[in-house]
Design a protein around this ligand. Structure first.
Ligand code: NAD
Ligand code: UDP
Length: 310
């Protein structure tokens, strides 16, 4: 039985990961400061003797004995990561340092939840892992983008200096049940607005694109990456290459919820990437992974979830 630490385990992706790791027979420690996460996301796991929750901030050192670490702690929604940008950078950088230090002390394999945001507003489309990105170092998204880039740097330096077994996963926009209704990201915003009959807020003209991955596909990719041979460090894109404009997403959500909501247009926040789509050849080759859940099917499941919770 592996002892596995999941930081950010009470968040959207983290709670699905904890659930999956328990199903696979692991002993799971979930660490979270509950900034954007919630005990509600892990309530159904609390009675399991192989699950422990520790309220802890990853900017502080942590002493536990584990075999594997998934480092997910970091707010992911622009609304939340921009609310206290200095704290966001600290979470990414000190969080990575503390978890890498822990991994080194106990000899654990460690996976970093990095992001497609390391590509910034990309000039190469779609984005392969070899693309070095186009990130503004001083903009409102920089706390997140640059924080995650430094975290990747730290992972590779620990790997080179200390032979640490690392896995760097570049996650593209992922959605599904347990997103917080007030999370602020586009899929949850549109579904909640449509179900409440409120205006659907498109930022900009809606021609910017994103590629949306359903959470179950994403978690499968994450677990496979952790289990991959030691010489495969990544960075490895995990996402769904199906690309949609934000206007197409709004229209889909309105149609699927049978909503009377109207689309309204709001200013596009600065540095909002105009296009995003992963190249997933590395994941296909090294992990035999590709997504199986199309946007319509994933949206249906996510809409059902939000109907229950709001
Ligand atoms: P989320 O906000 O639901 O989860 C993040 C979790 O980290 C929350 O439970 C939060 O309380 C916790 N956290 C934040 N700061 C912390 C700190 N200092 N100490 C301890 N815990 C802290 O977001 P998510 O979508 O589940 O994202 C999880 C990870 O995946 C993040 O690192 C994010 O950057 C990455 N990611 C997610 C996506 C996506 O589309 N969901 C895309 C790219 C990368
Ligand atoms: N967006 C939007 N309306 C919303 C929320 C987001 O039009 O209510 C847009 C946002 O400007 C971006 C895209 O949807 O172009 C995806 O935003 P999200 O915050 O989900 O994630 P990002 O990929 O930008 O980090």
């Amino acid at each position: 039985m592996n002892r596995v630490l999941v930081t950010g385990g009470a968040g959207f992706l983290g709670s699905h990961l904890c659930e999956r790791l328990l199903q696979d027979g692991n002993d799971v420690i979930c660490v979270d400061n509950l900034y954007t996460g919630s005990k509600d996301n892990i309530r159904h796991l609390m009675a399991n003797p192989y699950f422990e929750f520790i309220r802890h901030d990853v900017t502080e050192p942590l002493y536990v004995e584990v075999d594997q670490i998934y480092n997910l702690a970091c707010p992911a929604s622009p609304v939340h990561y921009q609310a206290n940008p200095v704290k966001t950078t600290k979470t990414s950088v000190y969080g990575a340092l503390n978890m890498l230090g822990l991994a080194k002390r106990v000899g654990a394999r460690i996976l970093q939840a990095s992001t497609s945001e390391v590509y910034g507003d990309p000039e190469v489309h779609p984005q392969p892992e070899t693309y070095r990105g186009c990130v503004n170092p001083i903009g409102i998204r920089s706390c997140y983008d640059e924080g995650k880039r430094v975290a990747e740097t730290l992972f590779f330096d620990y790997h080179r200096m200390h032979n640490l077994e690392i896995k760097v996963m570049r996650i593209f926009n992922t959605y599904g049940p347990r997103m917080n209704p007030s999370d602020g990201r586009v899929v949850s915003n549109f579904i909640v607005q449509a179900l409440r009959g409120e205006d659907i807020t498109i930022y900009g003209d809606g021609s910017q694109t994103r590629s949306f991955c359903y959470v179950d596909d994403l978690i499968e990719g994450m677990v496979r990456l952790m289990a991959s041979p030691a010489d495969f460090t990544g960075p490895c894109n995990i996402g769904n290459p199906g690309e949609f404009t934000i206007l197409q997403l709004a229209e889909k959500v309105i149609a699927m919820t049978d909503s009377k909501s109207q689309i309204v247009y709001k200013p596009l926040p600065s540095d909002d990437p105009l296009q995003r789509k992963p190249v997933i050849d590395l994941a296909k080759e090294h992990l035999e992974w590709e997504p199986h859940i199309a946007l319509d099917e994933g949206l249906k499941k996510t809409i059902e979830y939000f109907k229950r919770v709001i």
